[in-house]
Design a binder for this molecule. Structure first.
Ligand SMILES: [Zn+2]
Length: 59
């Protein structure tokens, strides 16, 4: 389980819409567009190409 310190989370923004990101079961979910970014080896992969569309499929 990856826990990001608060300061890191503050710095992390969705590259697509620049909203903040929320922890989502080992990945990071955008609070704006609902894309889900993977976290690999503790490193968030904030690439739009790597993101999965949110539950709504709204991209
Ligand atoms: Zn977003």
């Amino acid at each position: 389980m990856t826990e990001l310190p608060g300061w890191a989370r503050e710095l992390l923004r969705c590259p697509a819409c620049h909203a903040t990101l929320a922890d989502a079961d080992g990945s990071l979910a955008c609070t704006g567009c609902a894309r889900v970014y993977p976290v690999r080896d503790g490193v968030p992969v904030l690439l739009v190409d790597e993101a999965e569309p949110g539950p709504t499929g709204e991209v």
